[in-house]
Design a protein around this ligand. Sequence first.
Ligand SMILES: C[S@@+](CC[C@H](N)C(=O)[O-])C[C@H]1O[C@@H](n2cnc3c(N)ncnc32)[C@H](O)[C@@H]1O
Length: 247
Amino acid sequence: MPNRDTLFAAPINKLGDWTFDEQVAEVFPDMIQRSVPGYSNIISMIGMLAERFVRPHTRIYDLGCSLGAATLSVRRNIKVDGCHIIAVDNSPAMVERCRRHIDAFRAATPVEVIEADIRDVEIQDASMVVLNFTLQFLEPDDRQRLLNKIYQGMLPGGILVLSEKFSFEDQQIGELLFDMHHDFKRANGYSELEISQKRSMLENVMRTDSVEAHKTRLHQAGFNHAETWFQCFNFGSLIAVKEDANS
Ligand SMILES: C[S@@+](CC[C@H](N)C(=O)[O-])C[C@H]1O[C@@H](n2cnc3c(N)ncnc32)[C@H](O)[C@@H]1O
């Protein structure tokens, strides 16, 4: 059983900005499961996408890997030889736990867990790149540059999985999906205090985009094909494919 997230159950005097520190890393599996609708579906479907898209002798990048849930799903589903997974996170607490987590399972495909800023990591020979709820934590000005770099380092036929919390241009729909997400968290045992304290801490560090804004960026990076493949309330995931002129 993962450790239960009770980090925000008691009133906190001075709410600072959100960080992925030791305390968060310790309860992260429970926290993300109870806060992100569809998270476990997305993780298992990332495995299905890996089975379909990962090519022999290529690299797979999991950018903002946290404890390595997407990496493990990819690794379980790779059916070809000579691949190498690179999992990157800039939180020392996440990286340390991620390494332990990955080492607990045996598999043919090697995984390298790197403590680094994803903006500084070189992307090369990638047949799959995963940004599972990470892009939203980057400064908005850095997002396009990162997607451009991913596209450049991706092999033709490669796939990017981009999961995010979305904002909506239609205010009524935005409010409805926001309320449904609130209900989801309450149904998962979070109190009003926990929900509101966490929300204020995330306010400055997690800025969301609309699906349309994501698609525009992906197209600008060079991806000819980009579409939402999963959505639950205001959370979802897009796939973007780099065209293969030979297929
Ligand atoms: C919501 S979590 C991602 C969840 C994870 N991908 C999964 O599927 O379980 C966001 C992660 O991105 C990492 N992160 C945020 N900004 C980063 C950056 N600039 N470079 C590297 N990692 C970053 C955080 O430390 C955190 O672990």
